[in-house]
Design a protein around this ligand. Structure first.
Ligand SMILES: [Fe+2]
Length: 353
């Protein structure tokens, strides 16, 4: 296990991220944690907020388990915050909430966003935060991609293994959660959520508007398992739902996993987008929840499960993120990613080939 970083080592980076979030001296910053988890981060953020002459507010809710972020991301949406009205009040009064407990895909997160507070989730180990430190250039590229996606009516992606999936895109031009999900690692916009580290964007099809076939290749990644596929897996998709999962051992394991949630909504197709972080690794042996493969430059991130982050009603606890390499992706008739290469100049990283 990696050695824990000290408060002194972490604080300058936390101050820098708070500055990117536009924290001003008259602002209230709530630092949300759960039980005894992430207390080094909580202390360091409290100190970093104070260093900027803003007002830090520690909000700590009872722990439902001691398993932390890696377990939470496999069972999203439920937490002690659901029954802690006092904590919710504090969070809704804040200008910025630092989420150290992983509220993703919860009703509470949407409620806090609607109050106007911006939210930055921080759950990855320090070595990952450090390596994937956000910057304004990444933001510009993710926002260029967002504008393209907002203007598009359809999305299609393919790969050489036989994928050909077509989305009728949901119109997402409103306030959160009726918007495209952009993640560039910080947020200075009221009501907007982001996650340090990241570097990608995601939209969603209409509830019944996704049709076709996805064939994940050996070497593509299954999250939250943090595993490479050993053999290809084929998903047949009709009316926005997976109807068949075909293949060998990996396909059987995926079928069993989804069935285990005993929830027909687990078969829904969720978000779709592509990665834009040139520092992210194509790896599963990274500590934490594996943002690397989600944000990997030129990937296509296909996903099954909930859609509450996009204003939908599906809050199934079964959430699979399925990053795929060497895919091609079109918005309407425009080729955006060609076999893993990002084409538009305004989305390209300076140091990419
Ligand atoms: Fe996802």
């Amino acid at each position: 296990m990696a050695e824990l970083a000290s408060v002194a080592e972490m604080q300058p980076l936390f101050v820098e991220v708070l500055k990117l979030c536009g924290v001003k001296s008259n602002e209230k910053v709530a630092v949300l944690s759960e039980g005894g988890l992430a207390q080094e981060y909580s202390m360091t953020f409290m100190a970093a907020v104070a260093a900027l002459d803003a007002e830090p507010v520690r909000v700590n809710v009872a722990a439902t388990s001691d398993a932390g972020a890696e377990a939470r991301i496999a069972n999203l949406g439920r937490s002690a915050l659901s029954t802690d009205a006092a904590a919710m009040r504090s969070l809704k009064q804040a200008d910025l909430v630092i989420d150290l407990m992983l509220l993703l895909f919860s009703r509470e997160q949407i409620e806090i966003q609607k109050s106007g507070a911006r939210i930055l989730m921080v759950v990855e180990p320090f070595e990952v935060l450090q390596r994937l430190m956000p910057n304004p250039s990444m933001r510009a590229r993710v926002e260029a991609a967002e504008r393209r996606m907002q203007a598009a009516k359809t999305l299609r992606f393919t790969n050489d293994a036989g994928t050909d999936l077509h989305y009728e895109l949901k119109a997402l031009n409103g306030p959160p959660p009726e918007c495209i999900l952009t993640e560039y690692g910080y947020t200075d916009t009221p009501g907007r959520w982001d996650h340090w580290p990241s570097g990608f964007l995601a939209s969603t099809g209409t509830v019944t508007g996704v049709e076709g076939t996805v064939v994940m290749n050996a070497g593509d990644i299954v999250l939250p398992w943090k595993q490479f596929l050993k053999t290809p897996v084929e998903f047949k998709i009709s009316n926005g739902k997976v109807t068949d999962i075909n293949g060998e051992e990996d396909a059987r394991r995926l079928r069993d996993y989804i069935e285990g949630f005993n929830d027909p909504r687990a078969y829904a197709v969720s978000h779709i987008g592509w990665g834009l972080n040139e520092d992210a690794l194509w790896a599963v042996d990274v500590p934490g929840i594996a943002m690397d493969s989600r944000a990997y430059y030129g990937n296509v991130l296909f996903s099954l499960g909930p859609n509450t982050e996009f204003g939908g009603a599906n809050d199934t606890a079964c959430h699979l993120d399925l990053p795929m390499k060497n895919c091609s992706l079109w918005l309407d008739d425009d080729l955006i990613v060609s076999r893993g290469e990002v084409l538009p100049n305004d989305m390209r990283a300076l140091n990419s080939a």
